[in-house]
Design a binder for this molecule. Structure first.
Ligand SMILES: Cc1cc2nc3c(=O)[nH]c(=O)nc-3n(C[C@H](O)[C@H](O)[C@H](O)COP(=O)(O)O)c2cc1C
Length: 378
């Protein structure tokens, strides 16, 4: 219904090849409505009962627009276009009757879409898809990687919101196998008993709800090289969350410019390439000059030229997911950050003298510790 033809690119591999080409996009076209025209009566999500998952808080910390401007603030989005749509399949243990619902993040309403109410598994299944037209309206043929990255960021926002609320760690489905939904998360209804060890939680620190609401993409420029401890924490967060298709590194500038990755012990920083990469990264990232002066740039590398569709989806969904977790980690270490998702001809492997076509920049997070005016203060 809301899924336009544009939502199914004729070939994702071709779409990615176009996005990676140097050809600039055409002028903007209308982005269309910010929210799908969900059918049916809108309803608010009720207050959760004592045994219910707090769906209202989950949405507030992840997807709900926090002001009237149409920005869906808790999760970032390329060009602030917010193409990700969410359907919720609710089972037992939720504050609404079982069934499938469409979420309207601007009005914070759900619309009952139907579904067999007796067969929905318990808990929440949040399914993510995209209205491609929104991102295509500005990025044209560069849109598809951004749409997939955006969906990964939205999945991470839901994941972190569930963790912040003490819900059982969500089961993630970012395998890229399906076009629809692109990704989903399942949150089981069982809440940990008060004081009980939380066995299924990942070992990382759960974020505080305020941290998630306060996350913003710092406006460029982002000078100031983060301390090694912060770079290590950001790389660790990204590597753990990034799955097996991606490799992670950071580009840093003087005094010893180069590329660093986590050592095999998973703790130390290892320099694997010497030389200044940031000006090249700035050119590859649609000529965003400020990237050449960023304090550091976290890079997700992978998605070879011959990757099939599930691989392309998986690598980008994972990259968005992991960059979002890295962003929240950076902020926790006092480091400002901004995702950078539009990459052309960014064959890092080839630039380092390895086989061309294999190790592309898929996504990035620019990092900095100073405001531009501080940098020039004696
Ligand atoms: C996938 C993705 C790619 C992005 N790419 C860029 C980029 O190339 N340059 C940039 O300045 N910001 C980029 N951003 C940041 C967005 O502009 C930002 O998220 C949006 O304006 C909303 O602001 P917020 O993150 O503060 O909520 C990107 C964000 C995402 C999620």
């Amino acid at each position: 219904m809301h899924h336009l033809d544009q939502n199914r690119p004729k070939g994702l591999a071709t779409a990615l090849a176009h996005a990676r080409s140097p050809r600039p996009p055409s002028p903007d076209t209308p982005a269309g409505p910010a929210v799908p025209a969900w059918p049916g009566r809108p309803q608010t999500v009720p207050e959760a009962g004592p045994a219910d998952l707090d769906l209202r808080a989950l949405l507030r910390l992840s997807l709900r627009a926090s002001d009237g401007s149409g920005r869906l603030r808790p999760a970032p989005s390329a060009g602030a276009l917010h193409p990700v749509d969410t359907e919720l399949v609710l089972g037992a243990g939720c504050p609404l009757p079982p069934g499938r619902y469409g979420y309207d993040p601007l009005r914070d309403h759900v619309h009952f879409l139907g579904g067999r109410t007796d067969t929905a598994p318990p808990g929440i299944r949040a399914e993510l898809s995209v209205t491609a037209r929104r991102t295509i309206s500005h990025y044209g043929h560069r849109a598809w990687p951004l749409l997939l990255l955006d969906a990964g960021h939205a999945a991470a926002a839901l994941f972190l919101a569930a963790r912040a609320l003490g819900m059982t760690a969500p089961e993630l489905h970012l395998d890229g196998e399906a076009e629809l939904p692109l990704a989903f998360l399942r949150i089981a209804p069982s809440l940990p008993a008060p004081g009980a060890p939380v066995g299924s939680q990942p070992p990382e620190r759960p974020p505080a709800p305020e941290e998630l609401l306060a996350r913003r993409s710092a406006p460029p420029p982002l000078p100031g090289r983060p301390a090694p401890e912060a770079l290590r924490a950001v790389l660790t967060a990204a590597t753990r969350a990034g799955g097996s298709d991606l490799r992670w590194c950071v580009a840093v500038g003087p005094p010893r410019p180069g590329l660093m990755e986590l050592g095999t012990d998973g703790r130390t920083l290892r320099r694997f390439a010497v030389g200044e990469a940031r000006p090249t990264l700035a050119v590859w990232a649609a000529g965003q000059a400020w990237i050449a002066d960023a304090g550091a740039v976290l890079l997700a590398i992978g998605c070879p030229q011959d990757a099939d569709e599930p691989h392309i989806r998986r690598a980008h969904l994972r990259a968005g997911f992991a960059v979002h977790l890295a962003h929240v980690t950076a902020r926790h270490h006092g480091v400002a950050a901004r995702p950078v998702g539009s990459w052309q001809q960014a064959d890092l492997g080839a630039a380092l003298g390895a086989t061309p076509g294999r190790d592309w920049v898929v996504h990035a997070l620019a990092l900095g510790t100073l405001h531009a005016d501080e940098e020039n203060t004696p």
